[in-house]
Design a protein. Structure first.
Length: 108
């Protein structure tokens, strides 16, 4: 199963695809080592998509919405364009990781 990670910053939304985390996820030491070594980290996590915000004010508004657990139209559009489509009634073949639990419930 593929794992996508949503990252939001003041510059824009980023979507990463993580590979091989099932194997190293069982071992906290291996996770720490993978993150500490940029070369190894780059083999596990790859940037899939990035959407910059239109302005600093837009970035601030987007980040405020995310921190409040609200999904904006821009975020919805970004995710719809960049994650695989799932047919109604079918089980998805990927997971999306987000830092804000409230936002995760809105996305699902």
């Amino acid at each position: 199963m593929a794992l996508y990670l949503l990252y939001e910053s003041f510059s824009g939304y980023a979507l990463f695809q993580a590979q091989g985390l099932d194997e190293i996820g069982q071992n906290t030491e291996a996770v720490r080592n993978s993150v500490a070594d940029l070369n190894r980290f780059g083999k596990v996590v790859q940037l899939t998509a990035f959407q910059p915000f239109e302005s600093a004010i837009d970035g601030l508004n987007q980040c405020n919405s995310v921190s409040e657990g609200l999904m904006t139209d821009e975020l919805r559009s970004f995710l719809e364009l960049n994650i695989p489509k799932v047919k109604v009634g079918k089980k998805s073949k990927f997971s999306l990781g987000v830092a804000e639990p409230k936002l995760g419930s809105h996305i699902s």
